[in-house]
Structure formats: structure tokens, C-alpha cells
Write a protein that binds this ligand. Structure first.
Ligand code: ADA
Length: 556
């Protein structure tokens, strides 16, 4: 499945993943592999591809004709797409979707090849050896669609509360694949109810956007964690003959996120974040986590009493966000970056790859009510002038793409961050009792005081976006030493109490939900070549600290 609901009734679309494709490793790396492979997958999860870093090719035949659109929800990390040996698309970044329009395809079988590369190097500024694994493969679903001469390529909706009721303001984009002008209209429905109809005209081989006014929506229920009410929003494209030629179905929630003083507010109620940072990682599936396993992760978080998840450190699978919408779990979603130094940020590909990721993330995920904030550049060089200019440009781009959500960035630059004038929310990753033994309350007061007295982050909401400690699952000892489950539980007790006892602080994300694979080169500081700060281990077995987190978060 591609989403947790059907995104079209008129458009002919078919998921061509969830199937075996032909697979072969490409020359240049060890002995070759040539066999069938499951799509989606991470190739490292197959016995003959453990640790493979390089290029490989997936191939299958597709039967199609006319105008065809291929959408890849995620390929890790660089893709080249060929149809009948002609390069038709390429894309960088495992965590964002991309698509290609193919015109006037002749009737019959066509050969689809996807060359995938998960190697590191100068061309990859964001996928670098890091404290998480970069896998290889077609890791998310692939969709094949039939297009007419014109189709709807996107739709964003803003819910607005005014004059005592909810309104909806919708923007949609139409694409014209023919050489002559297209005229028609776009009709919007909330559920079965027609909201508005807007004329559209797109020049040949061009596009056109349409926008409604603020449409009153009586009798709708606000989306909130306690009652995550969702509504299908449909756009139907009709041509000059009134024929319905395409449609687009998304799902929305009526809610508003506001910053008032030091508070983050949802529908007028102050939010207190109690969350987990989560990598898309699993010992059997890598980052290609099946839908059911995503659901189980979220149910474990709810059992612990969490109300939010941080997609550390990249945009997540759309199906996971669908589940957060349905389960009422608030999401901090962020672009792809972790711990990149100024030198890394000076990679000539860095800025373009970051901005592409931001555009693709917001374009694809805009309508998810569960996303309450956009994050950027986790622990990058926000303490240098060069780094600050990158932060400034990326915050500015987010503001252009979405003016409805606050922005932030998880900083680790203790008392040296120079970017707090830029975001709406100030966020920090801190590890008292792990990387240093300062008492959490003392460390927090010192840092918070500096932000309030010395920076332009004063008076803004303040989030702890990472706090935690490591524990090897099963390592039990009364000695209360680091890496024991007992020590992790004790550290988290003090850390979470320190954060949540300070009413001014808007909340906390525990690093991290479960243990995850890290790159081989990180083995020295990471026993098992894993990041072991999970409250659950990689098989989602709870460590001792789960009971303490559950008590403090107010779990079931
Ligand atoms: C940083 C980083 C995380 C993880 C964490 C740790 O805060 O943002 O990705 O590496 O440190 O485990 O030390």
C-alpha cells in the first residue's frame, strides 16, 4: 500500500512495488549478485548483500501506453530511472518522493530499470557515514499511473478558524501534457459535500494553479490528539466538455498551531510535548519498515504516554505520517541532516540537496495535521557565520512554502549558537549524566538562562529535542554503571523530571525510541555498532527504563 486511503477514484493507478523485481549488483564491488529481490526493501537485509555499499539495479517490465506517471516514494539514496534504456529521471535522497511524467508511450511491455547507489562520496552531502545507517534499495513504494492530457499534480489546504467556525483555503496545481491550451475547472469536495468550483486554464505543456477563498465548513470537528478527526478532501478536474478527467484525494484535519509567548498552542490549548526521537530502522527490514510494524511502534509510544514523535533526522514514510494523523500523535518533521560541520556544509552539493529535500518534504507532507513544526539541520554548524547563512536560507525557504507552521532546529551548540533569532522555537539536544556528569537541573538552568539573557531566543518556546542515555539490552548490574539498564533508568528519571518540572519548557523528546544500526565507521563509540539509547531495543523489547518513562509520561 502507498497511503492509508485511496488517493484516486478516477485516475488509473497501480502500485508496482510489493512484488519481486529482477536484481543485480553492478560491477565494481565484490562478487556479483543476480536474482529476484523484493521491492520495497533494503538490500542489506538479504544474506548475500550484508554491508553492500555501491550500485545495484532493479528491473521489471510494465505494461502501459499513452501518458504515464511513475512515482517513487523513496529510493536510498541515489536513483537513476530508465525506461527502455532511456534515462528518464534521477533523484538524490532516500527520504523524499519523486516522480516522472512519460508522454505518448506506445502500447505494450516496457522495461523499467532503476539503478540505485548507496555509496558515500563528494556527490552526497547528506548521506554520509553517520550515527544511523544509510541503507541501499528501493525502500518505499512505487506507483504507476495513467494520465490524460491534463492532471492534478498537487493540492494543499489550510484550515482557518475565524468568526467562530472553521474555514478551508485550498490551492491546487494542474499540469497540461498536451501541446495546446487546456481549459476546464477544478471542483473541491469535503467528504461528499461540494465546497467550490474554480476555472482553470493551462497553456500547452504548462501548468496552472488555482486557489479558493476561505470556504466556511460548518459542523466539522477540530483535529487534536484526543480526537484526531480527519476528512477526505477531493479535487476533481473536468475539461471544457464537463468530462471528469482526473482527481486527487487527500485527507485533512482542522487544526491551528500558534506560538503565544513561550507556549506552543494547538487550537488554543497549550501543548506540552512528551515524545520520542525515532529512526526508521529495524533489524529485519532496515529503513523499509512494513506498515504494520510502523503501527506497532506508535502503539508502544502511546503505551509509554508519549504524544509526539520526532522524525530524526529526515522526512518519514508517508504511511507513518498517515498513522500519526489517525492516532493523534503530533509530529516534528525535519529535513535530512545530522551533525554536519561547517566543512560538511561547504560541500558544493549541500545547499541544493538540503533545499530539494525541504521542497519535496513540504510539498508531499503539507496536509498532514499531525505535523505541527518543521525542523532543519539537526546539530549542524549553527555556531558559525557560514552555518548561520545556511540556516537563514533554509528557514526562509520553509517560510515561503508554509507560513502556517513554526520552525526550529535541534542545536547542540552549548552557549555558542548564533541562530536563535531565526526560528519561532528554540530547541536543544542535551545529555547530562551521559556525555558529561553535570546534574540535569543545573545544566538545564544554566543553558536556559543563557538563552533567555544572552540570545534572541529569549521569550520563545523552548524544547529539549534530545535527552537520554545508553543501555545494552540485558546488561543488568546493581553497580549502576553506564551501559547498564539500571543506569539508563536512573539517568532518564533525573533528566525527564528536570525538564518537565520546569513549566516554561514546552516539552521533551527522548533520544531515542529504540536502538538502531549505525554506520560501521561509528563502531568505536557504539557498542554492537548500534546506537543503544533506545527505551526499547531494536526488536522493540522494553528496557528497565520503559517503566520509568511510562510513569513520568503518564502512560496507559
Ligand atoms: C546527537 C544526534 C543523535 C544521536 C545522539 C547520540 O544528539 O542528534 O542523532 O547521534 O547525539 O546518541 O549521541
Amino acid at each position: 500500500m502507498v497511503r492509508s486511503f485511496a488517493t484516486h477514484k478516477i485516475r488509473n493507478c497501480e502500485e508496482i512495488s510489493s512484488s519481486l523485481w529482477d536484481f543485480v549488483t553492478l560491477p565494481g564491488q565484490g562478487t556479483g549478485v543476480s536474482r529476484k529481490a523484493m521491492v520495497p526493501e533494503c538490500w542489506e537485509c538479504s544474506p548475500d548483500m550484508r554491508g553492500y555499499r555501491g550500485r545495484a539495479q532493479y528491473q521489471r517490465d510494465i505494461r502501459c501506453f499513452g501518458n504515464v506517471r511513475l512515482e517513487f516514494k523513496g529510493v536510498s539514496h541515489t536513483a537513476e530511472v530508465y525506461l527502455d534504456d532511456r534515462l528518464v529521471a534521477s533523484h538524490y535522497n532516500a527520504y523524499t518522493p519523486f516522480s516522472v511524467d512519460l508522454r505518448d508511450i506506445g502500447e505494450g511491455e516496457h522495461r523499467l530499470k532503476v539503478v540505485v547507489d548507496n555509496s558515500f562520496g563528494e556527490a552526497s552531502a547528506l548521506h554520509v557515514p553517520n550515527d544511523y545507517q544509510t541503507y541501499g534499495g528501493i525502500t518505499r513504494p512505487v506507483v504507476l499511473e495513467r494520465q490524460g492530457d491534463a492532471y492534478l499534480s498537487g493540492m494543499h489546504a489550510d484550515s482557518i478558524f475565524k468568526d467562530g467556525q472553521w474555514h478551508l483555503k485550498i490551492r491546487a496545481q494542474a499540469e497540461n501534457l498536451s501541446g495546446t491550451a487546456f481549459t476546464g475547472k477544478v471542483t473541491f469536495f469535503l467528504g461528499e459535500r461540494e465546497l467550490a468550483s474554480v476555472p482553470v486554464r493551462a497553456e500547452g505543456n504548462g501548468g496552472a494553479s488555482v486557489e479558493t477563498g476561505e470556504l466556511p465548513c460548518e459542523e466539522v470537528t477540530a483535529w487534536c490528539p484526543e480526537n484526531p478527526a480527519l476528512y477526505p478532501l477531493t479535487a476533481v478536474l473536468t475539461d471544457a466538455h464537463e468530462w471528469e478527467i482526473d482527481d486527487l484525494i487527500d485527507r485533512i484535519g482542522f487544526r491551528r498551531v500558534e506560538i503565544v509567548g513561550k507556549g506552543i498552542y494547538l487550537n488554543g490549548n497549550r501543548v506540552r510535548i512528551k515524545g520520542f526521537c525515532r529512526h526508521e530502522d529495524h533489524p529485519q527490514f532496515g529503513c523499509a519498515i512494513p506498515y504494520g510494524a510502523m503501527y506497532q511502534d506508535l502503539m508502544l509510544m502511546k503505551e509509554a504516554g508519549a504524544n509526539s514523535v520526532r522524525t530524526s533526522h529526515y522526512p518519514n514514510d508517508e504511511r507513518f505520517l498517515d498513522l500519526c494523523d489517525e492516532l493523534g500523535i503530533l509530529v516534528w518533521e525535519e529535513n535530512h541532516a545530522r551533525g554536519l560541520s561547517e566543512e560538511n556544509m561547504r560541500n558544493p552539493n549541500f545547499e541544493r540537496q538540503c533545499e530539494d529535500c525541504i521542497r519535496e518534504m513540504i510539498t508531499a507532507h503539507y496536509n498532514h495535521p499531525s505535523i505541527y513544526i518543521w525542523g532543519i539541520l539537526n546539530e549542524c554548524a549553527s555556531h558559525t557565520e557560514y552555518g548561520r547563512e545556511c540556516y537563514r536560507r533554509q528557514y526562509e525557504l520553509i517560510g515561503q512554502l508554509d507560513s502556517t507552521r513554526p520552525r526550529s532546529s535541534a542545536s547542540c551548540q552549548f552557549k555558542t549558537d548564533i541562530c536563535f533569532d531565526l526560528p519561532e522555537v528554540v530547541s536543544y539536544n542535551i545529555y547530562p549524566l551521559w556525555y558529561h556528569d553535570t546534574p540535569p537541573g543545573e545544566y538545564l538552568d544554566d543553558l536556559y538562562g543563557w538563552v533567555q539573557e544572552e540570545t534572541e531566543g529569549a521569550g520563545k518556546p523552548f524544547l529539549i529535542t534530545e535527552i537520554g542515555a545508553g543501555a545494552i539490552y540485558g546488561y543488568r548490574t546493581p553497580d549502576m554503571v553506564k551501559w547498564s539498564e539500571e543506569y539508563q533508568e536512573k539517568a532518564l528519571e533525573e533528566q525527564l523530571t528536570a525538564v518537565l518540572s520546569r513549566e516554561d519548557i514546552s516539552g521533551v523528546y527522548i533520544w531515542q525510541f529504540c536502538d538502531c544500526r549505525v554506520c560501521d565507521s561509528w563502531f568505536s563509540g557504539r557498542p554492537r555498532t548500534m546506537n543503544n539509547k533506545g527505551i526499547w531495543d531494536e526488536y522493540r523489547r522494553p528496557k528497565l527504563s520503559f517503566r520509568t518513562v511510562k510513569r513520568i509520561f503518564g502512560g496507559l
